[in-house]
Ligand binder design. Structure first.
Ligand code: SF4
Length: 293
């Protein structure tokens, strides 16, 4: 089996930055430190940090006053930032600058009198953070169907979750054009997302099977898998080599591998190794023991 790795795959600028900031904070701290939610959406990286004394919390009431906390790459709403500053001694802001840009633009649109629309996944932490910057007044839509339900209004302002696909963005904006005589649209999809999507699509055209590697909770990895599936090539979203099944590879000669922006190199390398040497697969069809099966 031959394998081609997508030209752009794996860690992006924002994730590398957050990991560096977290590692430095952990190194300089004598005590346990905390991240609000997972620092990035990759369980293996989060687990590795836990071994170094970096723990994720979902409720800061549970941590001691004066602790150190790191704000995740996806950002948080401003009211949470205030809460953190009151309770914690050290607050390290690892919010990706591209997410910060979307937060600032959403706030500006709100202050300029626009009904803000955020294109993204309602429950995603990044979208919740951006929503907070509009005093929770923005409308969140995930696709054309939801955009169609928006009532007509005088001024609409649009920002996008950084990991959305360009196709969904263009389609949704075309529906919003009919809702208002005045629309201001900011394309806040980040460059890393676009590059990963474009190179995954290019690769999916050439191969017999696509493996998309990354956290099951990673929005950008999920979008990569959805895009590849639209190319009608068998496409599997896996977190690690442990999930690969022998049956997927049967009769295939060329595999494509891509990975979300929060997937570390060592996981990608393990996946490539597993496909190029499928004799390592166990009789059950899995490589090693799969906790999820
Ligand atoms: S995918 Fe883009 S927005 Fe998200 S952390 Fe990476 S660079 Fe930042």
């Amino acid at each position: 089996m031959k394998v081609i790795l997508a030209q752009h795959a794996g860690f992006c600028f924002g994730v590398k930055r957050a990991i560096k900031m977290t590692a430095e904070t952990a190194k300089n701290s004598q005590k346990e430190i905390y991240t609000y939610g997972p620092i990035i959406h990759n369980p293996q990286v989060v687990e590795k940090f836990e071994q170094e004394g970096v723990y994720q919390v979902s409720d800061i009431k549970k941590i001691e006053k004066g602790s150190s906390i790191i704000i995740r790459t996806h950002g948080i709403p401003p009211e949470k930032e205030k809460e953190f500053s009151k309770k914690c001694l050290n607050v390290t802001d690892a919010t990706c600058p591209f997410v910060k840009k979307a937060q600032k633009l959403a706030k500006k649109l709100m202050l300029d009198g626009y009904q803000v629309v955020i294109l993204g996944e309602t429950e995603h932490p990044e979208v919740q953070g951006i929503l907070g910057y509009t005093d929770n007044k923005a409308i969140v839509v995930g696709n054309i169907k939801e955009a169609e339900k928006i009532k007509k209004c005088a001024k609409l302002g649009v920002v996008v979750q950084t990991t959305q696909s360009m196709q969904n963005f263009l389609e949704t904006v075309s529906v919003l054009l009919d809702k208002t005589p005045e629309i201001r649209v900011y394309n806040t999809i980040c460059d890393a997302t676009k590059k990963r999507q474009d190179s995954a699509l290019k690769l999916a055209d050439k191969v017999d099977i696509m493996l998309i590697v990354g956290g099951k909770n990673s929005a950008n990895t999920k979008h990569l898998a959805e895009l590849c599936r639209e190319k009608r090539v068998p496409a599997y979203h896996i977190e690690s080599a442990l999930e690969i099944k022998k049956s997927w590879l049967k009769g295939k000669t060329l595999a494509g591998v891509t990975a979300g922006a929060s997937t570390p190199d060592w996981i990608i390398k393990n996946v490539i190794k597993a496909i190029t040497a499928p004799e390592g697969l166990s009789k059950s069809g899995l490589i090693g023991h799969n906790k999820k099966s």
